[in-house]
Write a protein that binds this ligand. Structure first.
Ligand code: 4AD
Ligand code: MG
Length: 430
């Protein structure tokens, strides 16, 4: 008898093993019971044959309610028909706790109901698969950056200033003073890049956006690399290499979860660098040729991004050089096209923006004039301006919204399922 997990069950074909988990579901056909068992590492079917087990064991299995916790023993058999590829011939069971009537059943519950029960919904196959893939993506991105000599730097969550615009800040009372929940770790990442060269921040970020779209959360996780001496082109190369690495790691290590999601992986196989690049100006022209009445200077809406993202044979596309007025104060103007800045948005096919990045202004006077132009309070940014006073260098970075990449990789249609406990306009619980 060996203790194991469903994930490792492939190493135990023919052995009697013990699993600790829960009963996800049960079916019975008189003398045979089919137990859907989950243990946090996967799902497996346990078969209980009346003639082959003690009466006690059969009755205990029969009396199990959905989500009862159990310790099961059984013999592992290969079974090509199941997701996991294996099945358990149950030999014994210990009931740890009989669950009360479980609110989530096989019937079709609405998403609102499921979000109210998010603390339980996490146990379902689909949510298990999505959040396991999320963990893989986060690990892959971090491994990628760590492997290239980046240093992880934690940025503060309580901040005195805005970075991405004033309209969507969560204000807090900080001992009688105003402070805000961080919209981005970028400004701190820039300071750290001047100390460590290649850095990234990774943490929760907050936007008080009152929009209710499938692409926005009010709390989301952002990974933000920042590199001294990188220009716009270096920055995009880093982005495409990292996205390719993360997606390919999911394909390699999360086959089982992708199968649970019934994900067609041909789209994911195309996520290979280099990604095509177009300018904003070219993108506007493409949209106009498509019959849209968008004008140069307008920001893109979701439908614009989706259209553009679908024109490049399944590859993500970089849209570069947006008009200065569409973007944040810190972006470096492009000398060749002075109304535009050296930025990029990476649009994922069929979805739209998953990354925003740019070269940062490194000239002291230019930064000061942009802060004035945007009517930002200079005193609060003095520390950030200092970075241009003491050994300023060109530098670039970007922010990847983790939930957006997870949504795209999993092929789901709303960000709220790509984070364990979503915070949206109408929801702060559970
Ligand atoms: O484009 P954004 O606003 O860029 C920044 O915050 C920069 N300071 C990043 C940097 O250069 N270090 O946000 C970056 C990414 C977006 O591309 C998107 O993936 C995600 O963050 N994002 C959101 N994700 C979920 N919900 C929201 N409300 C989001 N807003 C942005
Ligand atoms: Mg953006």
């Amino acid at each position: 008898m060996v203790d194991t997990t469903i994930r490792n069950i492939k190493d135990h074909v023919g052995d009697e093993v013990r699993l600790k988990g829960w009963l996800a579901n049960k079916r019975s056909s008189g003398k045979i019971l089919f137990l859907q068992i989950r243990d946090g590492s996967g799902f497996i079917q346990g078969v209980v044959v009346k003639q082959e087990v003690s009466e006690d064991t059969f009755d205990s299995c029969k009396s199990l309610t959905q989500e009862s916790s159990i310790i099961v023993t059984g013999v592992v058999r290969a079974d090509k028909r199941s997701h996991s590829g294996y099945e358990l011939s149950v030999t014994g069971i210990k009931v740890v706790s009989i669950a009360q009537e479980y609110p989530i059943t096989k019937k079709d519950h609405g998403t609102d109901f499921l979000m109210d029960y998010r603390h339980l919904w996490l146990r379902s196959r689909k949510q298990f698969a999505i959040l396991s893939i999320r963990a893989e993506i986060t690990k892959a991105c971090r491994d990628f950056l760590d492997g290239r000599g980046f240093t992880l730097i934690e940025s503060p969550i309580i901040t005195p200033s805005t970075c991405e615009g004033t309209s969507d800040l969560f204000e807090i009372d900080y001992f009688g003073r105003k402070a805000y929940l961080s919209q981005t770790g970028q400004l701190y990442a820039e300071a750290a890049a001047m100390a460590f060269g290649k850095v990234y921040t990774f943490g929760p970020t907050f936007r008080a956006e009152k929009s209710k779209t499938r692409r926005h959360l009010n709390e989301f996780w952002m990974l933000e690399p920042e590199v001294a001496f990188y220009n716009q082109d270096d920055n995009m190369k880093l982005q495409e290499d990292m996205i390719e690495f993360a997606v390919q790691k999911v394909l390699e290590n999360r086959k089982y979860e992708l199968k649970l999601l019934e994900r067609d992986v041909t789209g994911l196989e195309k996520i290979k660098a280099p990604f095509p690049r177009i300018t904003y100006t070219k993108a506007i022209q493409m949209l106009q040729e498509h019959g849209d009445d968008i004008k140069w200077g307008d920001d893109f809406g979701a439908p614009h991004e989706i259209y553009l993202s679908e024109q490049f044979e399944g590859k993500p596309v970089f849209v570069t050089n947006y008009p200065k007025k569409c973007k944040a104060f810190y972006m470096e103007p492009d000398a060749d096209e002075p109304d535009t800045v050296k930025c990029d948005d990476l649009l994922y096919p069929g979805f739209g923006e998953i990354i925003g990045g740019s070269e940062r202004i490194h000239d002291l006077d230019l930064l000061l004039s942009r802060i004035k132009e945007e009517k930002l309070p200079q005193e609060i940014y003095e520390w950030y301006i200092d970075l241009r006073r003491y050994g300023s260098v060109p530098h670039s970075g970007f922010g990847l919204g983790i939930e957006r990449l997870v949504t795209c990789v999993c092929g789901i249609d709303h960000l709220r399922e790509a984070i364990p406990f979503a915070r949206t306009l109408n929801r702060v619980t559970p």
